[in-house]
Write a protein that binds this ligand. Structure first.
Ligand SMILES: [Zn+2]
Length: 167
């Protein structure tokens, strides 16, 4: 496997191929794994007049949260994970509080891809369902019993503001 280094502290990052995001085990930074195009330099001796060659490579970038709330991520029917819901300029991410983070790809979404948000009551809790253009769903829960402080209506309007700025 390729070695990638944390964009904040330089420590080796653990990730699985295809992961859009990983968390540095050393400094706890959220690293977005972006595909970048690298130009391959042509050897001087080759007389190549064609277009330059590019290869795709992975590069980590730190997610810079502008807003952060304590919240619960609903996984399946019965599992709730406590952690932080983060909103940056261009993406949202639920960062689990425990060290064994599990699959992070279902906890990350680009704001430009979000096409629906709806809030409903779940007994004493409130749930925000965020859906993207690929049909992926994130369910974020506010519940007084878990001492979450997320304001779901505020999250919806903050995401909408960013989405309108991106379009
Ligand atoms: Zn780090």
């Amino acid at each position: 496997m390729k070695v990638l280094n944390c964009a904040n502290c330089g420590a080796n990052l653990k990730f699985n191929s295809g992961d859009p995001v990983t968390i540095c085990g050393f400094c706890d930074s959220v690293n977005i794994l972006e595909n970048i195009k690298l130009k391959i330099e042509q050897p001087l001796s080759s007389s190549n007049d064609g277009p330059p060659n590019f290869i795709e490579d992975l590069k980590p970038r730190i997610l810079l949260p502008q807003l952060s709330y304590r919240a619960k991520f609903r996984q399946g029917e019965y599992i709730g994970i406590l952690g932080k819901f983060l909103i940056s300029n261009t993406e949202i991410f639920f960062k689990p509080g425990k060290f064994n983070w599990g699959d992070l790809s279902d906890k990350y979404m680009k704001i430009v891809n979000i096409n629906n948000m709806s809030i409903k009551k779940l007994g004493l809790a409130t749930q925000l369902t965020i859906t993207d253009i690929n049909g992926k769903e994130m369910r974020i829960v506010h519940s007084f019993l878990d001492f979450t402080n997320i304001k779901l209506n505020e999250v919806v309007s903050e995401i909408n503001i960013r989405k309108n700025n991106l379009v």
